[in-house]
Write a protein that binds this ligand. Sequence first.
Ligand code: FES
Length: 183
Amino acid sequence: METKVMASFFSSALNEKIKSFIGRYETKRSSILPVLHAVQDENDWISQEAVQALESEHGLSVVDVNEVLSFYTMYRKNPPKPYRLEVCGSISCWLHGADKTIAAAKAHIAEGEKNGNPVPFECHKVECLGVCGYAPVALVNKDRHLNVTPELAIKLISEYSKKELPAAAKKCASDLAARSAHQ
Ligand code: FES
């Protein structure tokens, strides 16, 4: 008799990573932080479908995972834009004009939306990024940028917008398209 193999919600590479993180800790609950990072790295965000699959496929409790998700702001609970400009708003960066950088970036993004020429970006203020001597500091996804003036923020947005989208962003877009096709 033919045995049907249920398709996993996650890729096989991600399943291996999840198993290896779970294996490193005494309790499954302790592995939730790195597991969620791995899921976010591949999918660009953490959907409730992913949370359910962590329980059904890997035995991580939905309640425990959602508790962690709601506590940490670094996990994206909604589908993001492909690029995130995250500007440090802590003391050194604030003193060196982080607020102006954030305002310029947000205005540039809003202008693109208004003119029908949107950029694949969102901008957020984040806590200290650990290189306070180069304030204001910002990340574009995982790339770190130093001395990010308003002009540099706009330049970064323009340059990244011309690049091919990151793999996680493409996966996020195709998951959302598949989801809306089934609704
Ligand atoms: S205060 Fe901005 S990197 Fe530390």
